[in-house]
Design a protein around this ligand. Structure first.
Ligand SMILES: Nc1ncnc2c1ncn2[C@@H]1O[C@H](COP(=O)(O)OP(=O)(O)OP(=O)(O)O)[C@@H](O)[C@H]1O
Length: 510
């Protein structure tokens, strides 16, 4: 009963084999010195037998060991150890029996399931004196033991097989659902980060991956490629989405103010600090801190930022105590940070810490196929913003947009489309003439006639250009109701240059 219980309590075929071998060794003579027993298992493919104790593999069609004979005949066999040593020269088998006394015998019992399936399980190898083996074979308990072993083994093996299959299924389901979930997130992201080019698809799936982790993300890309959009998306798709998203442009804030903006200060920390103020690091606790233009951060602050990233601790200006903040950092730059490191203007250790998950945003020139989708979306946005009926873009204008260069990337394209929308009569499709720099094209809007035509025969090119320039600026000023800032922006000119031209051309704002 104790033997049966010990076998029944086995939780795996391997454990059952080990317990059974120990029980048999003991039955054959106590400590194992007078008996040897081993259960070999038939590997899943049915091609070889293996031992739990070592790496031994014994092929079932290799008759240089006795197990192949027992499996082949389906019957137990018995042979003297001395004979086995001289006749059966399989290396693995010889290693098994080399330590057994020559006057012992080896009994091999093929084992198969005793249920309807009769699957082969393995073999039971017993070494002992002929008398001990004879006694064992005659013992009715041994038959019961063998039957129990086969029954339990088959059940455990099947159960295990099912469990493994279940685990595999679960794993593949998880994988599948992970994949499906990520795809769904990527698709959702496509509503904000437009573009169907392979580069944008890759970027969106990287954003989803980055959002899943808590790693610091470094966004690198030219101006206007969408770094700000990506930083916000990473926050929105992360587990921190309910926490704050704090953003700061390190280039836009004077060096002296940047530290207190980031770290905060206590009352009286510096002259004018009549109130304590929490910095952005503290405010971003539980959320995301987005540091734009990180390449412009002064070296002294870089060291302090590194400390925040390494330890989660920071000290507000003038404070004695350190505070803790749990935040994810997303940093962005259009600068080649490696060059800044070479120039010793950026810390290499911070660069590597920031770039735990580096992401590079492709410039628009490398994904021209996205221009049409972007332009159409920007027209739709404009119409919605201005409460206008939705319009399209003519094929000629679209072709022109695709062929242009955009050093300012998507931002430049967006501004251009906004301008073209503004220059087009409501309800009319955006045509070539509405795009800046389209002097020779027919105008879709009478208001831009003056911009797009050089009238009369030209006998003096300089004068014609001056007239054209004056007319163009006059029209723009009219269009923007005399607002020089808007007119200058729409012409890609600094405000001061436009003012200068107005003076030269004797144009007034009104
Ligand atoms: N893939 C995109 N789909 C839709 N809009 C985009 C995309 N990429 C950028 N934009 C738009 O272009 C403009 C500029 O984007 P953003 O500010 O994110 O660029 P940036 O790389 O952060 O620029 P900078 O380096 O100058 O700060 C924004 O209006 C943004 O909404």
């Amino acid at each position: 009963m104790a033997t049966a219980l010990s076998m029944v309590e086995s939780e795996s075929p391997r454990e059952l084999r080990s317990r059974s071998s120990a029980i048999l060794c003991e039955a054959l003579g106590g400590t194992g010195k007078t008996g040897w027993a081993q259960c070999l298992y038939l590997e899943g493919s049915g091609r070889w037998l293996g031992s739990d104790d070592d790496e031994t593999r014994l092929a079932c069609d290799d008759f240089r060991h006795p197990y192949a004979h027992a499996i082949r005949s389906g019957k137990p066999l018995i042979l003297g150890i001395a004979e086995a040593r001289s006749r059966l020269d399989h290396e693995g088998f010889q290693a098994q029996v080399s330590a057994l006394p020559g006057d012992w015998q080896l009994a091999v019992h093929p084992l198969r399931a005793v249920d309807g399936k009769h699957e082969w399980l393995g073999v039971l190898a017993l070494g002992a004196s002929p008398a001990a083996l004879e006694w064992l074979r005659r013992d009715s308990d041994f038959k019961a033991f063998e039957a129990l072993l086969c029954r339990l083994w088959a059940r455990l093996a099947r159960h295990r097989g099912e469990r493994q299959r279940e685990e595999q299924l679960r794993a593949s389901l998880t994988k599948l659902s992970d994949g499906t979930r990520r795809q769904a997130l990527s698709d959702r992201l496509a509503a904000d980060l437009l573009g169907d080019s392979p580069a944008m698809q890759t970027l969106r799936s990287q954003v989803v991956r980055a959002a899943e982790t808590g790693l610091a993300v470094l966004l690198q890309g030219e101006t206007g490629t969408g770094k700000d959009c990506v930083a916000r998306a990473i926050h929105r798709f992360s587990t921190r989405c309910d926490g704050p998203f704090m953003a700061i442009n390190c280039a836009a804030i004077p060096e002296t103010l940047l530290e207190s903006e980031l770290f905060g200060h206590v009352r009286g920390a510096f002259s004018g600090a009549d109130q304590a103020r929490e910095g952005l690091i503290g405010q971003a606790d539980g959320g995301t801190l987005f540091l734009d233009e990180i390449g412009d951060m002064p070296l002294a602050l870089q060291a302090k930022l590194l400390r925040v990233l390494e330890s989660g601790r920071y000290r507000p200006l003038g404070a004695n105590e350190e505070l803790r903040a749990d935040l994810r950092l997303v940093a962005a730059t259009h600068q080649p940070l490696r060059e800044r490191i070479r120039d010793q203007r950026f810390r290499a250790d911070l660069y590597y810490r920031l770039g735990q998950f580096p992401l590079t945003l492709p410039p628009l020139r490398e994904r021209r196929e996205d221009i049409a989708e972007l332009a159409e979306a920007f027209v739709t946005d404009f119409c919605a913003r201005e409460g206008r009926k939705e319009v399209g873009i003519t094929p000629a204008a679209l072709r022109q947009l695709r062929e242009r260069d955009y050093p300012g990337n998507v931002r430049e394209l967006k501004n251009l489309v906004d301008y073209a929308c503004a220059m087009t009569r409501p309800g009319v499709d955006i045509d070539l003439a509405a795009l800046p720099g389209q002097a020779e094209s027919p105008a879709s809007d009478p208001s831009v006639d003056g911009e797009s035509r050089v009238t009369g025969p030209v006998s003096d090119l300089r004068q014609a250009l001056r007239d054209f320039e004056a007319e163009l600026i006059r029209q723009r000023l009219l269009y923007f109701d005399g607002n020089r800032a808007l007119a200058a922006e729409s012409l890609g000119l600094p405000k001061r240059t436009l003012a200068h031209k107005c003076r030269l051309l004797e144009l007034d704002a009104k």
